[in-house]
Design a protein around this ligand. Structure first.
Ligand SMILES: Cc1cc2nc3c(=O)[nH]c(=O)nc-3n(C[C@H](O)[C@H](O)[C@H](O)COP(=O)(O)OP(=O)(O)OC[C@H]3O[C@@H](n4cnc5c(N)ncnc54)[C@H](O)[C@@H]3O)c2cc1C
Length: 243
């Protein structure tokens, strides 16, 4: 086997994989119906799908949030470190485990924006928009990022080769480095995350997330909508506000 260090590679996408789930609309119904049906609430779930839809809509509209917590989804996510910095701010109803830069040598996979990524910010904070960059701006961005990444990773390797500990050498690596983590949530905590980390016309409270975390959020939302279609539809109907 060669001892040559791996050459840096560059990515413009993020990956999200649903690795485990116990999440269905019926989980919301039985949790809510315990209020009135007690231990018969599980049977109540099977009885009338239209009633179930109505109940989920009512819970969402009136922000009765706790019935949306009795489910679980675990995602495996690969994204740049700057996305994880934003992600880990979501504390309530989330569990995280991320790969270690102390226990393993970090692999040289780095983020560069795709051509369709809007590059130029206009306006002032809180009221700005992003517009397309010129081909020259894209070229400058790609070249600058790749050069900085290559230099940083070469210095990291230099320190490791000199016997410096990984936890010290990693200080030179930039936030565009890809990391990976497991993130476990329930539908209520996911809705809170989605309300802040996606930008949609139908949001009652608009948010302006960074595009790269939105790319992660969009993939998570697709998986969740497949598992809990009635809950997802109610979230959409009531302005994407977490109950
Ligand atoms: C567009 C955008 C821009 C941002 N810009 C910045 C920035 O410039 N600087 C910065 O530091 N952060 C920034 N953030 C992060 C933001 O401040 C939040 O940390 C992040 O969105 C997580 O939201 P949260 O606290 O509501 O989520 P969670 O931590 O998951 O909390 C969910 C809900 O639980 C309740 N809750 C949780 N903890 C407490 C508590 N300790 N006390 C009372 N209630 C609690 C609240 O109701 C909260 O909304 C930004 C976020 C977005 C979406």
């Amino acid at each position: 086997m060669s001892d040559e260090p791996t050459a840096p590679s560059f990515r413009s996408d993020v990956t999200v994989e649903l690795v485990r789930s116990a999440a269905a609309d019926s989980d919301v119904i039985w949790a809510a119906r315990v209020s009135t049906a007690g231990e018969q609430s599980l049977e109540a779930v099977q009885q009338d799908p239209e009633k179930s839809k109505g109940l989920i809509n009512f819970l969402m509209r009136d922000r009765h949030g706790t019935p949306f917590e009795h489910n679980s989804m675990t995602f495996f996510i690969s994204a740049p470190i700057f996305v994880f910095r934003e992600f880990h701010r979501h504390r309530s109803g989330w569990s995280y485990n991320e790969e270690s830069g102390r226990y393993r040598e970090l692999q040289p996979v780095f983020y560069v924006p795709a051509e369709e990524r809007k590059l130029v910010q206009q306006g002032r904070p809180g009221r700005y928009e992003f517009v397309d960059g010129t081909p020259e701006q894209h070229k400058t961005t790609t070249e600058a990022m790749e050069a900085a990444y290559r230099e940083a990773y070469a210095r990291y390797q230099e320190m490791l080769a000199a016997g410096v500990a990984r936890e010290v050498a990693r200080a030179v690596l930039p936030v565009g480095l890809f990391s990976s983590m497991y993130a476990t949530c329930n539908s209520r905590s996911l809705m809170h995350f989605l309300s802040l980390r996606t930008k949609r016309e139908n949001s009652a409270v608009p948010s302006f997330p960074q595009r790269e975390i939105e790319m992660v959020a969009e993939q998570m939302e697709q998986e969740w909508a497949r598992l809990m279609p009635l809950t997802h539809a109610a979230f959409e109907k009531h302005g994407r506000v977490a109950p």
